[in-house]
Ligand binder design. Structure first.
Ligand code: SF4
Length: 250
């Protein structure tokens, strides 16, 4: 799929309106997401976030740092011991293996357990290195660029992708696991708005545009949102399901 086909006609104008509404609603409350200033910390935080919600991966991050205060200690620890620390976050064995492989690759690349060498690189080179490390996709690499290296990258996580598809920015057939999708979305967001819009979309996806039962009646985008791909029954959710979904990251 070509980049242009990922976006629907009028995507840029629609996105400008969505950005203004979400900024008014959330005011870029990025402290809630817990991202890290150090690029190695941020990369491992993102690995822990895979297929779990913010509360659980924040908790497993704290557990990991308490059990192993340095990355050297994690590097020396057996996978099974790291996995036991990560159990609460799910996929704990897989994440423990990935973190060990990731640290090994970082040491080979940098000669030590640090990603500070990225600070002197341009965005494209830094992103290429990050995406070659085990466990980081384009989204993970762009989180490191955005939060730790202070670059104008636009990470597209599951929340962002879902909100942009339902609200008519993305074509209905756009696929998350294609780089063209990530590049097309990043290209349409003005560089100076990338950080704020990313944070607001993540928060919106966690609080309102929930994966299974979006809270459309309470949504600030309701009057303009075409709710692409959403069965009518999904707009009215049972309370129990709604509570289960709040905070979920996909
Ligand atoms: S109106 Fe519904 S589908 Fe559209 S962004 Fe809001 S919660 Fe999501």
């Amino acid at each position: 799929m070509r980049t242009a086909q990922v976006l629907r006609r009028g995507a840029a104008e629609r996105l400008t309106r969505i950005d203004a509404i979400l900024e008014s609603a959330y005011e870029t409350s990025e402290g809630e997401l817990g991202n890290k200033e150090d690029p190695l910390d941020e990369a491992i935080y993102i690995i822990l976030s895979f297929q779990t919600d913010l509360r659980r991966f924040s908790s497993t991050w704290s557990s990991l740092r308490a059990a192993y205060p340095t990355w050297d200690a994690v590097e020396r620890a057996p996978v099974r011991k790291i996995a036991s620390v990560l159990r609460e976050g799910g996929l704990h064995r897989q994440k423990a293996r990935t973190i060990k492989q990731f640290l090994l690759a970082v040491r080979r690349f940098a000669g030590g357990l640090s990603l500070d060498a990225l600070r002197g690189m341009n965005d494209a080179d830094a992103e290429q290195i990050l995406t070659r490390l085990p466990g980081l996709s384009w989204k993970g690499a762009r989180c490191v660029l955005l939060y730790s290296l202070q670059r104008n990258a636009f990470p597209v996580d599951g929340n962002t992708f879902r909100v942009l598809k339902r609200s008519g920015i993305l074509a209905a057939h756009a696929v998350y696991r294609r780089r063209t999708s990530h590049d097309a979305i990043q290209a349409v967001v003005p560089p100076t708005r990338r950080r704020s819009l990313h944070v607001n979309l993540v928060v919106h996806g966690q609080r309102t545009c929930l994966p299974r039962y979006p809270r459309c009646a309470e949504c600030g985008l309701f009057s303009t949102c075409p709710r692409v791909g959403l069965p009518r029954m999904r707009m009215r959710e049972p309370m129990a399901s709604r509570q289960e979904e709040i905070g979920r990251l996909v």
